[in-house]
Design a protein around this ligand. Structure first.
Ligand code: ADP
Length: 628
């Protein structure tokens, strides 16, 4: 009997698994476990119990009035004459004996199936899982179809250009590039009163190319033209046209011109046009399909729109040499305006523009700042004044003082000041290097005067530095003597190391100086014709393969000349190095005193440096400079 009931039990479990008919093992297992955990017979503890054999006995004895058989759960619900409640009796899969006994004793019986609650649970779990799977699949499908849609609409829907109805900038905000301003004044008239020109039969130019280094104010200038003419300003960068998909750039160009035509008269500004307008069919592999298509589209659009319809395109680049010649022909960017780095006067003008909205102390001398910032672009100068204002706010001062301006210049050029080094051999070594540079500088006739020397470390990894005051009279035009002195000063650091610590103790700290020296010496020989090799330009700068035209940079000389160039460069470096060492050897006590002072103070200003030197020696013909 016991074995029989075990078998029945197992069949029961198997039957329930089959009833769900699940292909999912997971939910099958869940069902199994839930079935195991909750047996219906066990749930009815307080009811009177009957075993199968007892049931048969009761039927024989005529004590049973009705039986309801549930074949799904293998239960018989028995109604006894003596009991009010029905009693559940576990029965087998097939019960021929029971049926016979029921029939023989004429007991009323029937079949009623109740769905097992755990089986229902199983079905529900499975349904839920299937539904989850379907929703997941649908979401993935929808997302991928969206992506395809996006890829197809790349060029159209995501127009990357910006439109400003009013730029709020005018010519007063642009300083220091007067020539460019004068040339572009005309463009304002084209946009404002085109009749003035068309009446005479003149065609209004379509494109102007602004050529100049980054930060010289090309974008600002274009905005100022739009602002002066009171027309909308569209701007896009050349690199925005270039995409992974071929044809997208071209469609963006079409889009841009369509929008511009709708808003004419207007000004379209394309920054970094070299990103798309580079000479076609060049570079490694013969060029880039996408870029060329974009450029072709740009050329077609520029040809396509009728003249005098009030759209003027202004493009900016700092590499006009790499532009496709088709872009530069009349009818396209036929006007080219150079926007140079500002000169002394220009810088002063730019500083005045940016000082308008800043609170400056009365001691701040814009002329002095301009004098000390050759090579700075308009953007650099704007940055200096802004940094100075930030420093002033941080130091809780009322107005920007010369000190903040000086710190801001240092910050823009050499990075943030860090905490002073602790006294160590390293600090002493850096002090000797810096005093080496500065002392050599003060002893050379053609070198620019010293501004200051410091051993306060900077965020760029710089241990210290010495700055000088450039001579605005010769800005941008340097003599052989000046360059040679510059090389000698650069070698002052290494010369000091050797003089003081010996050849074995030299450090890699001079590597930047050496790079600068080699660079200058090479230029003297191969570009400026300043060596014994004669007045020849032996190299062709700016022919980098990735930017320009030639696949291989072409050298203009033979192997024999290459050897001579190397020798000349070495001669220049060696002569200057010997000179630097001689100067330092002759001033050894002075150098030691300056190093001690520098170690104590971290920074020595140019004037003080010169005063100390004057106690020891006569400074040959150097101008005294007014500090900031
Ligand atoms: P570019 O387009 O040549 O790279 P930007 O026109 O973007 O340079 O210049 C950046 C910022 O530098 C300008 O917003 C402006 O504040 C400042 N700037 C540059 N040049 C001048 C200038 N000539 N006059 C006044 N500010 C200038």
């Amino acid at each position: 009997m016991k074995r029989d009931s075990m078998k029945a039990w197992m069949r029961y479990v198997a039957a329930r698994g089959a009833a769900v008919g699940s292909a999912l093992t997971l939910s099958g297992m869940m069902m199994l476990s839930s079935g195991l955990g909750k047996t219906p017979a066990l749930a009815q503890e307080n009811r009177p119990r009957l075993s199968y054999s007892q049931l048969l006995e009761k039927i024989e004895a005529g004590e049973v009035s009705a039986v309801e058989i549930d074949s799904e759960q293998n239960l018989a619900r028995v109604k006894l004459d003596s009991e009010k409640e029905t009693i559940e009796v576990r029965i087998f899969d097939r019960n021929p004996q029971l049926l016979e006994a029921l029939k023989a004793n004429q007991v009323e019986f029937g079949e009623q199936q109740t769905a097992s609650s755990s089986a229902m649970m199983g079905i529900l779990t499975n349904l839920l899982l299937i539904m989850l799977l379907i929703t997941g699949l649908m979401m993935i499908l929808r997302r991928s179809s969206q992506a395809t849609g996006q890829a197809m609409n790349f060029g159209k829907s995501r127009a990357r250009f910006q439109m400003e109805a009013k730029t709020g900038v005018n010519f007063d905000d642009v300083a220091g590039i007067e020539e460019a301003k004068e040339e572009l004044q005309e463009v304002v008239t084209f946009l404002k009163t085109p009749e003035q020109f068309t009446a005479l039969g003149a065609k209004i130019p379509r494109g102007v190319l602004l050529i100049g280094a980054p930060g010289t104010g090309k974008t600002l200038m274009a905005k100022a033209i739009a602002g002066e003419a009171g027309v909308p300003f569209f701007s896009i960068s050349g690199s925005e046209f270039v995409e992974m998909f071929v044809g997208v750039g071209a469609s963006r160009v079409r889009d841009l011109f369509r929008k511009a035509k709708e808003n004419a008269p207007c000004l379209v500004f394309i920054d970094e046009i070299d990103a798309v307008g580079r000479q076609r069919g060049t570079g490694i592999g013969g060029g880039n399909d996408e870029r060329e298509q974009t450029l072709n589209q740009l050329l077609t659009e520029m040809d396509g729109f009728e003249t005098n319809n009030g759209i003027i395109i202004i493009a900016a680049t700092n590499r006009p040499d790499v532009l496709d010649t088709a872009l530069l022909r009349p009818g396209r960017f036929d006007r080219q305006v150079i926007v140079d780095l500002p000169t002394y006067q220009g810088r002063l003008g730019i500083l005045q523009v940016h000082a308008r909205d800043k609170k400056l102390d009365r001691f701040v001398d814009l002329e002095a700042i301009s004098r000390r910032t050759p090579g700075f672009s308009g953007a650099d100068l704007a940055n200096v004044l802004n940094e100075a204002a930030i420093l002033t706010a941080r130091r809780r001062k009322e107005a920007i003082t010369p000190l903040e301006v000086r710190d801001a210049i240092d910050r823009v050029t050499v990075g943030l000041t860090l905490n002073p080094l602790l006294d160590s051999k390293k600090k002493r070594l850096i002090a000797y290097q810096e005093v080496g540079h500065s002392l050599v500088r003060t002893q050379l006739k053609n070198a620019d005067p010293l501004d200051k020397t410091t051993i306060l470390p900077r965020s760029g990894g710089l241990g210290g530095f010495s700055s000088w005051v450039p001579d605005e009279d010769i800005e941008g035009l340097y003599s052989r003597a000046w360059i040679l002195d510059q090389i000698t000063v650069s070698l002052g650091g290494r010369a000091a190391e050797v003089e003081v610590f010996g050849a074995d103790e030299i450090t890699d700290g001079a590597s930047n100086d050496l790079k600068k020296v080699t660079n200058l010496a090479r230029k003297m020989v191969t570009l400026y014709g300043m060596s014994d090799l004669g007045q020849l330009a032996l190299e062709n700068p700016g022919n980098e393969v990735f930017l320009g035209r030639d696949l291989m940079p072409r050298s203009e000389y033979s192997e024999a000349v290459a050897t001579q160039i190397d020798r000349q460069i070495r001669d220049i470096a060696m002569t200057c190095y010997e000179k630097a060492r001689r100067i330092l050897r002759e001033h050894r006590p002075l150098m030691d005193r300056l190093v001690d002072l520098l170690l104590e103070r971290e920074t020595i200003e140019g004037d003080e440096f010169r005063n100390i030197i004057a106690e020891y020696t006569q400074v040959p013909g150097q101008k005294l400079v007014k500090s900031l």
